[in-house]
Design a protein around this ligand. Structure first.
Ligand code: C5P
Length: 220
């Protein structure tokens, strides 16, 4: 069984690239960010203060996150409810970034993530997959891009959906999220020593996909 870990900051294109590669290689795609988002949704709905660690620790005991697949697409289940359609809001992403720094939140998801890798060939993306969740992954990719490029991609995505967007605000949000994810005490976002660095700033999706598949061919 093979495992591929793709880590990197928000907006680097991880999920688009990971989905495409998983399809090509016939691997199961596991989006771990979606799991942190599901937990964040629970905290938001419960009106929990993101700075109150004791309340968050206690709440974790009442949260069960699992995943399922529908037509090959990952669905995230929060306490029996499919919340896949509700976790993409900016508010949920920001809450996820803040609360994923707590040990109890990370511990609640670690076994689920590791168990998934025991069942099939998987491609898992997140922030700490290569460094922490799957330290023995067959291939580790650290996918990044400049803040400007990531902000512009997010801006274009929102405009395309007909939503309002402010490039400067998005850029600030991305910087804040990078800082939170890279400076937390446990499992911070960083490139694993044995990860291949891919900077997608000047690359098309196809180029990134081809690069990762070439790297996989080398280790297969
Ligand atoms: O990738 P996505 O934006 O969906 O992730 C939301 C948040 O979840 C990230 O900002 C990060 O704080 C957290 N996360 C994490 N570890 C992972 C995946 C996501 O801490 N493996």
């Amino acid at each position: 069984m093979y495992s591929i870990a793709i880590d990197g900051p928000a907006g680097a294109g991880k999920s688009t690239i990971a989905k495409t590669i998983a399809k090509k290689l016939e691997f199961i795609y596991v989006d771990t960010g979606a799991m942190y988002r599901a937990m964040a949704l629970f905290f938001i709905r419960s009106k929990i203060d993101d700075t109150d660690e004791a309340v968050i620790d206690a709440a974790c005991k009442n949260i069960k996150v699992s995943i399922a697949y529908e037509n090959g697409m990952q669905q995230v289940i929060l306490n029996g409810e499919n919340v896949t359609g509700q976790i993409r809001a900016e508010e949920v992403g920001n809450m996820a970034s803040k609360t994923s720094a707590y040990p109890s939140v990370r511990a609640a998801l670690l076994d689920l993530q590791r168990d998934l890798a025991k069942t099939a060939d998987i491609l898992m993306d997140g922030r700490d997959i290569g460094t922490n969740v799957l330290p023995d992954a067959d291939l580790k990719i650290y996918l990044t891009a400049s803040v400007e490029v990531r902000a512009k991609r997010r801006y274009d995505e929102l405009i395309e959906k007909g939503q309002e967007a402010d490039l400067a605000v998005i850029e600030e949000d991305i910087k804040k999220r990078d800082h939170q994810d890279m400076t937390r005490d446990i499992a911070p976002l960083k490139q694993a020593e044995d990860a291949v660095l891919v900077d997608s700033s000047g690359m098309t999706i196809e180029e990134v996909v081809d690069t990762v598949i070439r790297e996989f061919e080398k280790v297969k």
